[in-house]
Design a protein around this ligand. Sequence first.
Ligand code: SF4
Length: 234
Amino acid sequence: MQGYALRVSETRVTETENLPSSGERRNARVILNRLAKIYPDMDTALQYANPWQLLVATVMSAQTTDENVNKVTPVLFDRYPTPEDLAAANPEDVEKIIYSTGYYRQKTKSIIALAGDLVDRYGGEVPSTLAELVEMRGVGRKTASVVLAEVWDIPAIAVDTHVKRVANRVGLTNTADPVKVERDLMALYPEERWAEISMTVIQFGRDVCDARTPRCWSCPLRDRCTYDDKTPQP
Ligand code: SF4
């Protein structure tokens, strides 16, 4: 599949050319419908009590599981309940708390800087636009999309490593660039399905379409998949 030439402003498609055909949209719909049947009502597994906590937890979820993040966030937010508290934290103390999530030094820097930016720029309130979210240090497009969809119910597609891999394997995109993957998925699906894409595809990528050994022999998308190196039945 060729990448679609779409321009996306914020999370909205504003200009289009070379749009997907009706057949490509139908195929994309079948794929998502099958995943939705397997994973109905998917929500983030990250536990949080407010938008600020989700923002921090999402940044910390890089390169680890949501379960690992959930083990440390109660301690972290008990110690630093507000963005102001975390912005003023001693990095060594934060590192000790989040150590088990991996990359703890970088994550500590990111969440302290993020807390500082949140206080300085937005008075401690999590903003509700992609442009404002990604202005903060430590917040990439993926994290911003998770917050927009989860907290503000704004259509957004968070493209992580699982979404990128699966979307390429099943032929919904053909690029490694996460922004282009996001753009191609936005072209294929109506806005009301954008938020659901990330959660279902991420879970499918973890459970079935593994990076190294995809379980192709029992995959519900096998007949739709364009991946050449399907894993044979063991
Ligand atoms: S057939 Fe294999 S590569 Fe294709 S989507 Fe299924 S698990 Fe992934």
